[in-house]
Design a protein around this ligand. Structure first.
Ligand SMILES: [Zn+2]
Length: 277
């Protein structure tokens, strides 16, 4: 488990995603912007990337730490949910709920709830339900063991060693006070849906791109044995086109798209941003 942590103060913003490098692609600029404004930011990756075609989970752990450093993230951790098999089970919801209680984020960024990759849209629902669970005063983290007991005998044997360790963690988590984030927003970059707002990342685009390029095992091997630049130039063009598109919607150069389920609340009509005509 990879952990990058400088203090145990509550997080202002926690981004949750299925895979290492998802956050860098969908909302890394926004996290960096928050950090530059003095906010404490964090990233929870649900999986460790062991199914990736290129590189190992260990490579990706090192790269994720480097990307977090570039994005000035205060806390990052990867759970042990199997890559390619993110399922919205009670046990997985408890794993995420435990992190919500430990890190006490005010804002949680989830992936949008539709998409091509099942891990992405499942992570969205799993994350939402975990935020709900984390706020239940009577939530008993030891229930995870009861759920596990319903698994097949074969699976129980293979999990037994890990479960002893889990049950100690569960006991600790139960003592953590309930916490529910104030705000949940959805990063929509992976899906063609109109965002409800965008965040201006014009000044941060280059640094966000460097954070993504920290995943050398993913992006440097594109054309093994050949010059790296054509592959990187293609990735950059694609990422820049997306950021420019969402920037246009907000009247800026580069932006990242988000969706909130709630309506916007306005105090002063003269301060609403984004020009109409
Ligand atoms: Zn992904």
């Amino acid at each position: 488990m990879s952990t990058l942590s400088f203090s145990n103060a509550a997080l202002d913003v926690l981004a949750i995603a299925a895979h290492r490098d998802d956050v860098e692609q969908t909302c890394g600029g926004t996290l960096l912007k928050m950090a530059q404004r003095g906010r404490r930011t964090g990233i929870l990756d649900l999986t460790q990337g062991e199914m990736g075609t290129r590189g190992t989970a260990e490579d990706r752990a090192r790269e994720a730490e480097e990307a977090a450093r570039i994005l000035r993230v205060s806390w990052r951790q990867a759970l042990d949910i199997p890559d390619g098999r993110v399922e919205n089970t009670f046990e997985n919801r408890l794993k995420v709920a435990r992190v919500i209680r430990e890190q006490r984020p005010r804002v949680v960024i989830l992936p949008y709830w539709k998409g091509r990759h099942p891990d992405h849209y499942t992570a969205s629902m799993l994350g939402y339900e975990a935020c709900f669970l984390a706020g239940l005063a009577k939530l008993d983290f030891r229930l995870a063991r009861a759920t596990s007991a319903a698994n097949s005998a074969e699976e129980s044997v293979s999990l037994r060693a890990g479960r002893h360790q889990d049950s100690r963690q569960d006991a600790g988590a139960t003592k953590l006070p309930p916490h529910r984030p104030f705000k949940i927003i959805y990063a929509t970059l992976y899906y063609d849906v109109r965002p409800t707002f965008v965040v201006d990342i014009t000044e941060l685009f280059e640094t966000r791109f460097q954070a993504l390029m920290a995943y050398k095992s993913q992006f440097s091997d594109q054309e093994a044995g050949k010059d790296l630049f054509p592959a990187q130039a293609e990735i950059r063009a694609r990422i820049e086109a997306m950021a420019r598109f969402y920037g246009l919607l907000g009247g800026v150069t580069y932006a990242e798209p988000f969706l909130q389920k709630e309506v916007g609340l306005v105090e002063d009509l003269t301060l609403i941003p984004v020009k109409s005509i």
